[in-house]
Write a protein that binds this ligand. Sequence first.
Ligand SMILES: O=C(O)[C@H](O)COP(=O)(O)O
Length: 237
Amino acid sequence: MPKLVLLRHGQSEWNQSNRFNGWIDTYLSVTGKKKAQDAGRALLKQDIHFSRAYSSVLSRTIMTMNRILDELGQSYIPLMKSWRLNERHYGILQGEDKDDMRAKYGKEQVQIWRRSYSVLPPKQPAYDPTVTIAGQKYPAFDHRYAQVPYGLLPLSENIQSTEIRVRPLFEEEIVPRLRAGEDVLIVAHGTSVRALTKLIEGLTPDQVTKVEIPNGEPIIYEFDKSLSVYKKKIIHS
Ligand SMILES: O=C(O)[C@H](O)COP(=O)(O)O
């Protein structure tokens, strides 16, 4: 029976320092690097042989993926990096300290921006090549998004819009592999994992807003022939 292993990257430097990451390309913290290795070691015991792996185009998932595949001795498998698996774009919150934002906009409002299915955080201003956050340009001026149609690049996202961009990758790329009996590994982010969880488990918008995804803990889905979830197991690495 095909397996899909899904996990959120290890702790990033900005997860550690309480700042919103979103599409900003942050790196793993020392703790995050260790957690990625631990996840790889824990997965090794599951004896899964992946045919293909998927990460976002952000360094924190790529760093996590490389460590996991290294521990598994499976660094030879094809790895597809897709912007569709990126974290949700956090609009004007990107780069900001979470407590500063609570003090400025109120606790409740910030929590709505963080977990609502359909409310968008205020958009990052304008497609302006001079706008930088923590030294990084808006995605439209970042080479890693050169192949992405301009109109698809977000200025802010919620769970719903993240689900809309994740869905084509899931349905057109991942589901056919599972149907063919392949085992697949995905390393993504809090909200892109939430969106995938909704698609895999058929959650309602209300249910998905309550899903919390810890860093670096593999979720193993095993499917039956009709691709219904047969078993779900979370490995606390
Ligand atoms: O982009 C981020 O900063 C992280 O995914 C965490 O966001 P959250 O704390 O709202 O889950």
